[in-house]
Design a protein around this ligand. Sequence first.
Ligand code: SAM
Length: 271
Amino acid sequence: MLWDKESRVLRRRKAEILPSPNIWYHAGAYEIENRAQDADGEIWRVLAGLRDWAGLDVVDVGCGDGFHLPLFAERARSVIGVEPHAPLLARARKRIADHPTISVKRGAAQRIPLPDASADLVHARTAYFFGPGCEPGLLEAERVLRPGGTLAIVDLDVSAEPYGRWMRSDLPHYDPVEVEKFFAGQGFSCRRVATRWRFTDVESMESVLRIEFSPRVARLAIAEVMRDNGVSSGEITIPVGYRVHVRNKPTGMLLPHSSSSDSGSSSPRML
Ligand SMILES: C[S@@+](CC[C@H](N)C(=O)[O-])C[C@H]1O[C@@H](n2cnc3c(N)ncnc32)[C@H](O)[C@@H]1O
């Protein structure tokens, strides 16, 4: 019976995980990708402007192998990475071994292994929160946040040239307008961020585009990048757009409406 229960739990956990072939199967190329991303620190600037985490408690949901954890830890009081894929968790543990304020836990966005109201900033970058269907994770993030806390979801902007066009070639059914409507309907504001990915050499750039796209689209993308960078250049850059969806948890208590002018309304009001 115990075995039955355990296997049910394992099946449920597996169903909750979204496959991420890039980071799961190509650790080296994904590390190159993370180092190349946001070469000018634009995403970090926008995040810090929306919610400065200096001295606060940060949770990174879908933290992968923990690349962003030490960066948050430079100013946060504590940083917790949450990741469902065990091999990545092991790599994240290695990365944070010398960082006393960082820890990692196995879990998923739908079941964050943390108490209610224990975090000031919940951050997720290109992980799980891709639009309709991520409502269970939104509820969990809200549970884990303290009143006044912030949920920041960083994702690729599929409408931005040229990277977004390459993504759309591989994902013809992805509808960026529907995704943005979804987040707006859930109370998020959206900031578009123009960034550059910067590679030290052609081989690095090629290895990353090959794990992100189908062989046909990768060939096309690599040819475009080479054309735009000039054949002889050492450093290679690619313009890549991101969206940062942000929502703050209300600070006050929620009470049912009671004033006469609101009679008949059942929506809550803030104190
Ligand atoms: C593209 S990777 C991004 C990793 C990391 N955020 C980064 O930027 O380096 C997506 C991550 O989401 C994780 N993931 C998959 N399903 C998830 C879920 N239900 N909840 C949280 N993370 C999930 C994957 O295992 C993977 O580590």
